[in-house]
Design a protein around this ligand. Structure first.
Ligand SMILES: Cc1cc2nc3c(=O)[nH]c(=O)nc-3n(C[C@H](O)[C@H](O)[C@H](O)COP(=O)(O)OP(=O)(O)OC[C@H]3O[C@@H](n4cnc5c(N)ncnc54)[C@H](O)[C@@H]3O)c2cc1C
Length: 241
């Protein structure tokens, strides 16, 4: 049996371990820390457990797809709670915008801050939904070896969205600096600046406002434990420290 060593037990290493072990390889994960999870590890102090990194559970459909590949569902491992508000952005001590789990309430907040802005938001989210389906159903499954993988009828149709940035579109249509920042915020999760991120990535706003912000009861580490248990079920070994 072919042996595979995976360096690092964060989500990437754990995911690779699950798929490769399932495909019959003899997998060993080497993690330099004493616990798995990478950025998603936890610390325990005074009877409390703290998530060290991620807390926003976005795009729950992707997690479901992962678990389905192993004949499981997220609910086999943890309970998900949709947060309301999903989160709150602070501009000053008494100055914040709540992102509700209900789209109608988000439209109302936009209207309250800038009359007419919800019309743009509705159009923007419609485009974001289309892009989300293209990105998740078609682009994400490709190996990521060449920019040419991005070329497909749906992206050719959207070519202008690869020339315009998120900031350029948002700032041309929304006057309120707060609302601009609300719409620009989600691409920060890509490690990117909204001014340098193509408008195509507005699907992050669909993930945010439509699919919502979820929380794992017991914290993000439950996901780490779930992935570890799947990898082990297929025979993967873990060496920490
Ligand atoms: C503060 C913070 C908040 C975040 N919030 C969110 C959020 O709300 N939602 C979200 O989706 N994402 C969030 N993220 C991003 C998310 O946490 C990361 O994208 C994800 O955890 C990265 O996983 P990874 O496996 O790619 O990398 P890592 O988690 O960095 O894993 C890499 C692993 O490799 C190990 N390693 C490195 N070198 C070696 C070596 N030579 N030998 C052995 N082991 C090695 C490391 O110890 C680590 O465990 C956040 C990140 C941070 C830091």
């Amino acid at each position: 049996m072919k042996r595979i060593a995976i360096i690092g037990g964060g989500f990437s290493g754990l995911s690779a371990a699950c798929y490769l072990a399932k495909d019959g390889y003899d997998v060993t994960v080497y993690e330099k820390n004493s616990t798995l999870g990478g950025r998603a590890r936890v610390i325990e102090r005074g009877g409390f457990t703290f998530d060290m990194g991620p807390t926003f559970y976005w795009m729950p459909d992707i997690f479901e797809k992962f678990f389905a590949d192993f004949g499981k569902s997220a609910s086999d491992y943890y309970r998900l709670i949709r947060l309301n508000p999903g989160y709150e952005i602070y501009f000053g001590e008494q100055d914040s915008v709540k992102i509700s789990s209900k789209l109608e309430e988000i439209y109302a907040v936009f209207e309250q801050i800038e009359p007419g802005s919800s019309i743009y938001l509705k159009k923007y989210l419609k485009r974001a939904e289309f892009n989300y389906r293209v990105a998740i159903d078609k682009v994400m499954e490709r190996p990521g070896k060449s920019p040419l993988e991005l070329i497909m009828p749906e992206t050719i149709m959207s070519v202008s969205q690869f020339i315009t940035s998120i900031s350029a579109s948002v700032r041309a249509n929304i006057k309120s600096e707060k609302l601009r920042q609300v719409l620009e915020f989600p691409v920060l999760f890509l490690g990117a600046k909204p001014s340098r991120t193509p408008l195509f990535y507005c699907f992050m706003n669909y993930a945010d406002m439509v699919l919502g912000t979820w929380h794992i009861e017991g914290g993000m580490f439950k996901l780490v434990q779930a992935m570890e248990s799947i990898a082990k079920r297929y025979g993967a070994k873990f060496i920490t420290d």
